[in-house]
Design a protein around this ligand. Structure first.
Ligand code: DX5
Ligand code: ZN
Length: 218
């Protein structure tokens, strides 16, 4: 599958979200929206009203990453609000199969996320229930953290498992993805790349997305 880049607005200027989204509209594939509740992770960001507004103003489809407790309750409304993709954390979901199905039923792509220490093997049989598997390459909660190389063997195993199952599930990495680390991720088999600080700390975010894509394709 072609490489896809999903810039994370967590590193953008929250007072100018529409402009920040527009800055990458020509070069990115998705806009990654990090929803944090200060319970599942020790940080608080944004929620449904902002996603609803972004949905109206942003050209790119929204890739909502829910770092929240009780995603079984809260994820379907994000799909209903028009998110293109809604990802829940396996560590937080009590009924992941039902919730992934609910997300799809509302017309969004369904994603399952795993923290660095969560193994991928228990989810092998659930691959048919999801459109994307997100492997965190930092502990979730903050942008600008250092990439965790220890996750790379899991990315490789996930690629094998996904390919063995027919290969239609996208494999996303999120956290510390930069021009320096993205090649390691693509070599390991990831095909969707979230990048926050590497895009929004750059002088030219659109160009930073182009640079990441060409690095990943090398
Ligand atoms: C971290 C978030 C990431 C974050 C990535 O918990 O899920 O999406 O924005 O930021 P960088 O690319 O700066 O690590
Ligand atoms: Zn994220």
């Amino acid at each position: 599958m072609a490489i896809q880049i999903s810039p994370s607005i967590l590193s953008a200027d929250f007072a100018h979200l529409a402009e920040e989204a527009a800055a990458v509209a020509e070069t990115a594939d998705w806009l990654h929206v990090d929803v944090m509740d200060n319970h599942f992770v020790p940080n608080l960001t944004l929620g449904l009203p902002i996603v609803e507004s972004l949905r109206k103003s942003a050209a790119l489809p929204l890739d909502c990453h829910l770092m929240i407790e009780d995603p079984d309750r809260w994820a379907p409304p994000y799909a209903e609000a028009g998110a293109g993709s809604v990802t829940i954390h396996a560590e937080a979901a009590s009924a992941p199969v039902r919730t992934l199905r609910e997300i799809r039923r509302h017309g969004a792509r369904a994603g399952l996320a795993l923290n660095p220490a969560s193994p991928v093997e228990p989810y092998r049989d659930l691959l048919g229930e999801m459109d994307m598997l997100l492997l965190m390459t930092v502990e979730p909660g903050f942008g600008g953290q250092r990439f965790l190389d220890v996750v790379l063997p899991k990315v490789r195993r996930a690629r094998e498992i996904v390919d063995a199952a027919g290969g239609s599930v996208w494999l996303q990495v999120d956290g510390g993805v930069s021009a320096e680390t993205i090649e390691r991720c693509s070599d390991a088999g990831a095909d969707v790349f979230v990048a926050g600080s590497a895009v929004y700390s750059a002088d030219d975010p659109a160009q930073a997305v182009r640079a990441l894509r060409s690095r990943a394709e090398e």
